[in-house]
Design a protein around this ligand. Structure first.
Ligand SMILES: Nc1nc2c(c(=O)[nH]1)N[C@H]1C(S)=C(S)[C@@H](COP(=O)(O)OP(=O)(O)OC[C@H]3O[C@@H](n4cnc5c(=O)[nH]c(N)nc54)[C@H](O)[C@@H]3O)O[C@H]1N2
Ligand SMILES: Nc1nc2c(c(=O)[nH]1)N[C@H]1C(S)=C(S)[C@@H](COP(=O)(O)OP(=O)(O)OC[C@H]3O[C@@H](n4cnc5c(=O)[nH]c(N)nc54)[C@H](O)[C@@H]3O)O[C@H]1N2
Ligand code: SF4
Ligand SMILES: [Mo]
Length: 704
């Protein structure tokens, strides 16, 4: 029998709305929701059915029998697995207190349920991946607007000039955003792209600036200087809403376009010409504040500088600018009932000390990598159990070997994953989740100018002995005597419980696959934004009270990035359009599209090192070596080498991905401790590696 199911893609964390056609219990077709995405889907989204059919994933719950990482597993029933984990958690709770248990997930719209679980246990230690992703951007936005990274939506479609500093949005995809950029370009909009190498986004841009790695802050400062010099900013808006403008004016004086040019390599005249253009285009100018900015020692300040440029453009709450994200309340609708809101707040401080020693950081998910310190030292108190839901710390954080050292002090490691993650392979228990096409998720709210409720519905029954996240957490909760916070037995009951205050029912998703809460975008009155900025002063803070109280500068004097020592290069990384981090590399279809990564090397550098296109190259980092193929190009800065993240996997049962290509995070030795004191993000591009032609090359082997 054929049916059509509204759902949400799960091949990456963007979670595009989809429509799935099913026939005789098999997936026949997947497309983007026509009301939102006009049917569009990326390569990964189209490969969803190959995930379902893939046998190289856990077939049922697994309990480790050999040493950690040995790959010796016992396949057990769900009851056995739940009993085993619950028993261990109870013992740990009794011996070390509930706060010694931590849970990390992939964040995003469904986190409410997982937060409720860990809080109900009595632990404040909820975390996610974000200190290796968007935390610097999030905290930069918070210190300027008092709102996080998602506090504004970018109306790219209607903007006249979009500026992207390393936001490679045609490869690091969010489909709706990529579609908007295409629409904007069709309408004659301009796109300026800044990167240390050329990308698909760069080739579509009207202007491409190739910069020296780690100098975005310099370029942004040079732009601010020129904007102020040319008077190319919205004086009225600044006067009305900004605190610290005078301080900015005196701070910025030395950072001229000529000065910036020396740092980043972009010609002063190009900076000046660019500022003339944005002066014509404002307020419909958007400086994207970055996404994955856990990169350099000053990425937080670079993101702040980009936000300052947004404010100077006066692009807030205008068409073609940054629009405040609206929620159900703005549409006169009550929000979903929250699981977490029913649970008493745990009393203990967080073990990562966020909100305590680190008052300037968002307590929500804290900073995951700081928990390793607590594991290592037992201070402020020990962490004895780690549950990772849809999160692979070994693929997410640098230097898995030093992570493992800290994890030796942790008595229970649980991976709730659809695959064998690298962490899962090392852990004590794997609770396999059903793929996104075989399960439901709780209903979630998508904020924006046009907020909506969204839902993931089950398209087919699970092929293997797996369960949905809500079944897994409920199964554990019942055994931990916290079942009262999960008052449902079926997905439908869960949805109805969530929807009850809103006045909607699950049937309301039938028409479009989502519940729109408004027809037209909602705008606040731009002349009356009082109360909308959630900073301590209620204003846009160029000088942030929170940073000042923490003893940190709001306008940090520029420090030039270190030059790589002779024979070494800065290791930079990024995404490809056909993979999601490390978890699609073993997907049969996507593996065919891109089975391994290569190292990009500047042409002149390669000639000097006698490396040719396709040669095997050794990448050496503090005793760790990886060998991958060379990709020689003029279009990368000579100080940098680049590789796509996600490869070099070491889970033997993933036969397609096993040891294919190299892993950037395994080369990032020592970076686990390199936290940005202001932004909280890791500095993952602060690593130099040695590059040389490998003895693995056929010719050399013959010579030997
Ligand atoms: N060196 C280096 N480090 C990086 C990055 C980099 O480029 N280089 N990128 C950073 C960025 S931007 C991010 S966001 C993080 C990502 O880090 P993570 O969030 O840890 O990575 P993902 O690979 O997205 O997913 C984690 C796990 O989720 C599992 N998974 C996928 N779908 C599902 C599902 O439906 N249910 C369940 N339960 N599990 C599922 C996958 O199998 C995978 O093991 O890494 C960061 N770390
Ligand atoms: N296909 C696909 N799409 C994805 C993901 C995925 O895994 N696959 N992951 C999603 C996630 S979690 C995230 S966080 C986003 C990330 O989205 P982005 O942040 O846009 O993506 P990245 O590819 O990590 O990095 C973009 C670029 O930064 C450049 N770069 C390195 N150093 C510098 C520098 O000093 N200055 C400048 N200007 N550029 C520099 C790199 O060369 C790279 O091209 O993508 C999301 N979309
Ligand atoms: S960007 Fe692609 S993989 Fe990610 S949710 Fe959308 S369709 Fe799926
Ligand atoms: Mo990310």
């Amino acid at each position: 029998m054929a049916k059509s199911v509204w759902s949400m893609c799960g091949m990456c964390s963007v979670r595009c709305p989809i429509r799935v056609e099913v026939e005789d219990g098999k997936i026949k077709w997947i497309e983007g929701n026509p009301y939102i995405l006009k049917g569009a889907l990326c390569a990964k989204g189209s490969a969803g059915h190959a995930l379902v059919e893939d046998d190289e994933r856990p077939h049922g719950p697994l309990i480790r029998t050999g040493p950690r990482g040995s790959g010796n597993w016992k396949l057990v029933t769900w009851d056995e697995a739940f009993d085993y984990v619950a028993e261990k958690l109870k013992k740990i709770k009794e011996k070390y207190g509930p706060e010694s248990i931590m849970l990390s997930c992939r964040g995003g719209p469904f986190a409410d349920l997982f937060k409720a679980f860990i809080h109900a246990i009595g632990s404040p230690n909820f975390s996610n991946h974000d200190s290796a992703c968007g935390r610097n951007v999030h905290h930069a936005a918070k210190t300027i607007y008092g709102l996080g990274r998602k506090g504004f939506a970018y109306d790219i479609k209607n903007c006249k000039h979009l500026i992207l500093f390393g936001r490679n949005l045609f490869e690091a995809l969010r489909l709706a955003e990529a579609n908007q950029v295409m629409d904007m370009l069709d309408k004659g909009g301009r796109l300026t792209y800044v990167d240390v190498r050329q990308t698909i986004t760069g080739v579509k841009a009207t202007r491409f600036f190739l910069v020296r790695p780690g100098t975005d802050y310099a370029l942004a400062l040079g732009m601010i200087n020129e904007v102020l010099k040319q008077g190319a900013y919205d004086k009225e808006f600044v006067e009305k809403y900004v605190i610290g403008f005078d301080e900015l004016c005196s701070f910025i004086e030395p950072y001229t376009a000529e000065w910036a040019a020396k740092e980043c390599g972009v010609k002063p005249n190009a900076i000046k010409a660019f500022v003339k253009e944005i002066n014509e285009d404002r307020p419909r100018v958007i400086f994207h504040p970055g996404w994955m900015l856990s990169r350099y020692h000053d990425s937080f300040y670079a993101s702040r500088a980009l936000q300052i440029l947004n404010v100077l453009m006066g692009n807030i709450e205008v068409e073609g600018g940054q629009i405040f994200s609206k929620g159900p309340g703005d549409c006169g609708v009550k929000g979903l009932r929250s699981f977490d809101a029913q649970v008493p707040k745990p009393a203990a401080p967080r073990a990562d000390l966020v909100g305590d020693k680190y008052k300037h950081w968002d307590k929500g998910p804290g900073i995951f990598h700081l928990f390793y310190e607590a594991m290592r030292t037992g201070k402020p108190y020990p962490i004895k159990a780690l549950i990772c839901y849809r999160h692979d710390p070994f693929n997410c954080f640098p230097d898995p070997e030093s992570q493992k050292e800290a994890l030796e002090n942790v008595e229970l490691l649980v991976s709730i994953d659809v695959h064998y993650s690298e962490f899962g392979w090392y852990s004590d228990v794997i609770l396999p989740e059903s793929t996104y096409l075989e399960r439901e998720n709780p209903i979630a709210t998508q904020k924006g100018p046009k907020p909506r409720f969204i839902v993931r519905q089950r398209a087919i029954e699970p092929r293997l002995d797996t369960k949905a996240c809500w079944e897994i957490f409920k199964g554990l909760a019942d055994r931990l005597d916290i079942g009262q916070y999960f008052p449902f037995n079926t997905a439908e009951e869960m949805w109805n419980w969530q929807l009850e205050p809103t006045g909607y029912s699950i049937k309301d998703f039938e028409e479009k696959g989502f519940i729109p809460l408004t027809d037209k975008p909602i705008f606040y009155d731009r002349n009356n934004l009082e109360g909308k900025f959630k900073t301590p002063s209620g204003k846009i803070e160029f000088i942030s009270q929170v940073l000042t109280e923490q003893g940190l500068p709001s306008l940090k004097p520029y420090e030039s990035p270190q030059k790589p020592p002779k024979g070494q290069f800065r290791l930079v990384f990024g995404r490809t359009a056909v993979h999601t981090h490390g978890h699609t590399v073993n997907n049969p279809l996507l593996n065919e599209l891109m089975p391994e990564n290569a190292i990009w090397i500047n042409k002149r550098v390669a000639a000097r090192l006698d490396i040719k296109e396709g040669d095997w190259v050794d990448i050496i980092s503090e005793g760790k070596k990886a060998v991958i193929r060379a990709r020689i190009t003029e279009f990368i800065h000579p100080e940098a080498v680049y590789m796509t993240h996600g490869f070099g996997r070491e889970v033997p049962v993933q036969t397609r991905a096993y040891l294919a290509g190299a892993s950037d995070q395994k080369l990032q030795r020592g970076l686990l401790n390199k936290t940005d004191p202001a932004g909280g993000g890791l500095c993952l591009c602060e690593k130099f590696v040695t590059i040389k032609k490998s003895v693995r090359n056929a010719k050399r082997r013959v010579e030997l």
